[in-house]
Design a binder for this molecule. Structure first.
Ligand code: NAD
Ligand code: TYD
Length: 333
């Protein structure tokens, strides 16, 4: 029985990861989910697992060393998803990003070191490399993060590495590309645009819409993490990508087409300051170990759209609450 401490498990990827673990390992895993329930943490994401005897939810902050020190001795593996994760919010208010993404990772690493954890997975991001116009980033490339979000993630990424080098803390670092899928807070490109289109609201495309991201279905990301826990080498960094590089405007048009909505819903808005033009990952290091994504982009996008269609209550609750004020202020719509 492997015992996991999943941090940020009430958010988008963390909740998908907890579902993934129970779907795959059923009662052969135990999961403690430590989550502060910020605006992005949503207990609704875990309703179907909350009564499992092998699941425990703890509402708390990864920056709280006393709480973390209570939980860490009870687990074998820490998977650190907890973070402030939205670039636009980091531009407006970076404070929480520095606290959670860097200091919170430090608190977890310290506890992992003290209690001799078996494995520590730091969920980093492809954004730590910055933008690349030609070619793709390898794990050994220089980090040039360009937003307060990506800079704070780069800090945690390198701090985790330093714990491996200095204390032999058994760390693995993953840098994944843009995820999409079920339970994604409707502020990111795909979740926002799908839900706006369903409401016949405008889809605000930044700048010229030609920025490129590599997209991966969230369950493929979860599967890659699980794969690396077994097959990854300690102290190493692994890029995880879907191999689906798309411009924002192409994705926008595809969403409208799949929902049979008019192109007039597209609205061009002022570009994000410091907007990274393109993200691209070389994933040979991971694929050489024998892992590859299972989902193709088009059918995973359809599956995602159908989920938002079938779960209107999930996102409309969010969009009529705190999100609405943020959204109106941010887009001046
Ligand atoms: P999310 O914003 O949906 O979820 C973050 C979760 O962390 C929320 O449940 C929130 O309540 C929790 N949290 C925030 N601060 C906390 C704190 N101080 N203590 C405890 N919990 C706290 O984010 P996500 O999109 O699911 O991303 C999860 C992780 O994956 C992040 O580390 C992010 O950097 C990384 N990542 C995300 C993507 C992506 O495309 N979404 C891609 C690569 C890497
Ligand atoms: P986002 O989902 O915020 O992810 P990230 O910036 O972390 O890659 O944005 C993905 C791309 O979509 C990015 O180039 C910014 C763009 N974008 C828009 O054009 N409009 C929007 O409303 C949002 C949220 C993003």
């Amino acid at each position: 029985m492997i015992r996991y401490l999943v941090t940020g498990g009430a958010g988008f990827i963390g909740s998908n990861y907890i579902h993934y673990l129970f779907d795959k390992y059923d009662n052969n895993v135990h999961v403690i989910n430590l989550d502060k329930l910020t605006y992005a943490g949503n207990p609704d994401n875990l309703k179907d697992v909350e009564n499992r005897p092998n699941y425990q939810f703890v509402k708390g902050d990864i920056c709280d060393a006393a709480l973390v020190d209570e939980l860490v001795p009870r687990v074998d593996i820490i998977v650190n998803f907890a973070a402030e994760s939205h670039v636009d919010r980091s531009i407006g208010d970076p404070d929480a990003f520095i606290k959670t993404d860097i200091y919170g990772a430090f608190v977890l690493l310290e506890s992992a070191r003290k209690h001799k954890i078996k494995k520590f997975i730091q969920i980093s991001t492809d954004e730590v490399y910055g933008s690349i116009l030609d070619g793709s980033f390898k794990e050994t490339d220089t980090l040039e993060p360009s937003s307060p979000y990506s800079a704070s993630k780069a800090g945690a990424d390198r701090l985790a590495f330093s714990y491996y080098v200095t204390y032999k803390t058994p760390v693995i670092i993953t840098r994944c590309s843009n995820n999409f899928g079920m339970f994604q807070y409707p502020e990111k490109l795909i979740s926002l645009f799908v839900t706006n289109a369903l409401e016949n609201k405008q889809l605000p495309v930044y700048g010229d819409g030609k920025n490129i991201r590599d997209w991966i279905f969230v369950l493929d990301h979860c599967d890659a993490i699980d794969f690396l826990i077994t097959n990854g080498t300690l102290g190493q960094v692994y890029n995880i990508g879907g191999g689906n590089e798309k411009t924002n405007i192409d994705i926008t048009r595809l969403i409208l087409q799949k929902l049979d909505k008019p192109a007039s819903l597209i609205t061009w808005v002022t570009d994000r300051p410091g907007h990274d033009r393109r993200y691209s990952l070389d994933t040979n290091k991971l694929t050489a170990l024998g892992w590859k994504p299972q989902y193709d982009f088009d059918s995973a996008l359809t599956k995602t759209i159908n989920w938002y269609k079938d779960n209107t209550l999930w996102w409309s609750k969010i969009k009529t609450g705190e999100f609405l004020d943020y959204y109106k202020k941010h887009y001046k719509l």
